[in-house]
Design a protein around this ligand. Structure first.
Ligand code: 5RP
Length: 222
């Protein structure tokens, strides 16, 4: 199977996971990226069965709206029963690196509000140790050089993601050569640097369910 076929299979599995729980007042949290896009496409035919969605990026909001799914501001929504999103890396503890698409801050906010975070990924994303994928850090623009120097002190090789402005008007630094021994502790240490908005480690609030698509089918871990 190609990676796209694996992503499609896991998007199908995510629909099966949430479909029995959809109610007229349900507002779903929806992530960002190619796997999340495939999930959005499969969600559209069910749009009459739930109220709408909150999106973790402008791109996902546009896709949802184009397919007839109403998008709500998070501040106007109470309960978010499920947040469905992809990952750049995920480990056996369902901790992740996210933010390859620069949407990490809104992803983290929606995930924080959600009762259950369902991570949907193809098998290439599953790793023994997080860090091979460069860890994204969203920074306030004027703090970029300072934050980069602090990241060097933590052992990273920080690279400014040129030409990218996040949906929040900020910039991204990617941390290369940065294998992470203790994801929850590193998440907190990076977030404590002044000027950091957030970082792409989803360890303190990891996923509740991992749907992982492999040649043998979709494996579910919870
Ligand atoms: C975007 C993300 C995505 O979830 C992550 O990059 C995975 O993307 P894809 O499904 O395209 O592989 O964190 O900020």
């Amino acid at each position: 199977m190609t990676q796209d076929e694996l992503k499609a299979a896991v998007a199908d599995a995510a629909i099966k996971e949430i479909e029995p729980h959809l109610e007229k007042n349900t507002v779903l949290g929806i992530g960002t990226g190619s796997t999340a896009n495939l999930f959005i496409d499969r969600l559209a035919p069910l749009s009459e069965r739930f109220k709408g969605a909150v999106a973790s990026s402008e791109a996902s909001a546009k896709r949802l709206q184009a397919l007839g799914i109403e998008v709500f501001e998070l501040n106007s929504v109470g309960d978010v029963p499920f947040y469905i999103d992809g990952a750049d890396e995920v480990n056996a503890n369902l901790q992740m690196i996210k933010g390859g698409g620069a949407a990490l801050t809104r992803e983290k906010i929606v995930a924080a509000c959600a009762k259950r975070f369902i991570c949907i990924a193809d098998g290439s994303k599953y790793v023994a140790q997080l860090g091979n994928f460069p860890l994204p850090v969203e920074v306030i623009p004027m703090a970029r050089s300072y934050v980069a120097r602090e990241l060097v002190k933590l052992g990273a090789d920080p690279v400014y993601r040129q030409g990218v402005v996040t949906d929040n008007g900020n910039q991204i630094i990617d941390c290369f050569d940065f294998m992470i021994d203790d994801p929850a502790s590193m998440e907190a240490r990076i977030n404590a640097i002044v000027g950091v908005v957030t970082n792409g480690l989803f360890a303190q609030r990891g996923a509740d369910v991992l749907l992982l698509s492999t040649e043998n089918g979709v494996e579910r871990t919870a």
